[in-house]
Design a protein around this ligand. Structure first.
Ligand code: HEC
Length: 201
């Protein structure tokens, strides 16, 4: 074999190896965008497993319905801190649609105990409400096939109390959750409250 021929063969072998590497990388990317390193995880009974890393997700907003503005009996007197997984967020930013497998996670967080009648207190920044104990988790999951009877979203409650929360949850009955989202939300999600972050340029 001549030296040039040998070099050519080495070159072709190297080029082949590189393209195999590129194809493997492309497959890995395609995989992570479709199913699920990031989407919902289900147990054998079909219950949703509570994600563990959600405090690292994208924070979307925090509606607040304190007792003092609800005749002392707000159903959810806490902050409602809403998070979305970063991959679902990136896909939403590109397409304007929540992808299949989107999880919206709402964690309740009590306000620090008040010193005024309306439940507010004074801190260095002023009079108002300030975050305290975490107090529960509600989740909605987009899966058009699994939840076709409730407009493609399933709803799950992991407890309304301080952590630890339930590790898994069965889908909630339509009357408990989905019904109100069907009646009142913009295509199942109260998107207007998250738009300042979700739709920020
Ligand atoms: C009476 C109406 C009503 C019912 C019932 C209801 N929700 Fe909601 N939900 C809302 C509203 C309004 C918001 C947004 C404003 C807020 O959080 O105060 C919301 C927000 C959410 C969010 C954040 C994403 C979004 O769509 O805005 C999740 C997750 C959620 N709810 C899950 C649940 C679960 C799980 C249940 C049942 C255990 C449930 N909801 C029952 C009205 C309701």
């Amino acid at each position: 074999m001549t030296k040039t021929k040998h070099l050519t063969q080495v070159f072709i072998a190297a080029a082949l190896l590189m393209s195999v590497g590129l194809i493997v990388d492309a497959l890995k990317t395609a995989h992570s965008e479709t199913d699920s390193d990031w989407g919902p995880k289900w147990n054998a009974k079909g219950e949703l497993i509570l994600p563990s890393d959600y405090h690292t997700w994208i924070f979307l907003g925090s509606p607040l319905t304190p007792h003092s503005l609800n005749e002392g009996k707000a159903g959810f007197p806490e902050y409602h801190n809403v998070y979305i997984h970063p991959v679902a967020y990136q896909i939403y930013k590109k397409t304007g649609e929540f992808p299949e497998g989107t999880i919206l996670l709402k964690e309740l967080q009590l306000t620090l105990s008040g010193t005024n009648e309306d439940g507010s207190r004074v801190e260095a920044s002023g009079r108002g409400f300030f975050p305290a104990q975490l107090n529960g988790i509600d989740i909605s999951v987009k899966d058009s096939e699994r939840f076709k009877d409730t407009n493609g979203w399933g709803f799950f409650n992991f407890g309304h109390h301080a952590p630890p929360y339930a590790e898994t949850a069965a889908v909630a009955p339509k009357e408990a959750c989905a019904g109100c989202h069907i009646a009142n939300a913009d295509n199942m999600v109260f998107k207007n409250f998250y738009a300042p972050i979700l739709d920020a340029k």
